[in-house]
Design a protein around this ligand. Sequence first.
Ligand code: SAH
Length: 333
Amino acid sequence: MRWMYGRSIIDPAQMTDLSVGLRAALATTVETELPRVKKLQRATDGTLKWLLDVGGGQEIETVYIPEPRRGTLCISSQAGCAMDCSFCATGKQGFNRNLTAAEIIGQIIVARRALDSQTAAIGISNVVFMGMGEPLANLREVAEVCDLLTDDFGLALSRRRVTVSTCGLVPQIARLAKLTNVALAVSLHASEDELRDELVPINRRHPIGELLAACWNYASETRSREITFEYVMLDGVNDTPADASQLAGLLAGKPAKVNLIPFNSFPGTIYQRSPQRVIDDFRQALLDRGIIAITRRTRGDDIDAACGQLAGSIDNRVLRPMAQRSIHTVTHS
Ligand code: SAH
């Protein structure tokens, strides 16, 4: 583990202080290849985005967001996503498969190797499962990665610096609490079921009341300070003062904070970003009700690296007529 996570060396042949026998044994038991880097882009704000090949024509993306006092790596947990949220580019691509723990941790090693070569970089202080995919739909592998991220022989990150974000797979939230105690973020985006059913289709199966109950349980079982609620600001859809007031009603007095995300556009979307003044008023309305709320600064949007813009090429295996048709043109022509 020191070789792999301390020095980013994953090929046992290079672990020169291990016995030849142990190196040979490791070569047959550990994944010795990293996802292949197809492209590395740098945004004007310093955000980095890797396009990685995970075999079989599937591509995933990983994003590094440098800030003055922290460096956040945003990793993918699936090739594509089956959740089909109406405002998300990844969802529009369809779903191919879960990533293995090795492919998920591999993103971190790839990024670290690149960052190690830049002397000024702060490195990776935080890891968020906010790239492509729904992490709780790949719970076993994701939980294993959380263990590695917080293990002293792994990345040795504090549990508060590792965040799993979910669109609301309620039964898996309870299971996550049994497996780890990392920070939880929930993509709420609406304060009443009718609208959330439309924006985040999993809500039809697990409505807001059930979701919030699971969140408060997670917070108490894992002794978390608070759950982060992500709320994408969609012009004229979920951004009125009444929406803010309803949201405040759901979260007041609970271990909750709100992360407002200005909507990031992508080709073919029907949505628009709320005007800055509307976002500011929404935030102020939450603050006035005693709810911690921050507006997430948009990062890396000039290279399509911002929230909801990640979309490597995916061979969609979910039968969704529109997506399926465009994929076929790509793979078979
Ligand atoms: N599937 C998980 C992890 C994705 S995290 C989840 O849903 O939480 C990515 C975050 O960006 C989520 O909160 C997602 O809802 C949000 N997002 C998706 N599309 C977006 C867009 N176009 N603009 C801004 N935020 C978006």
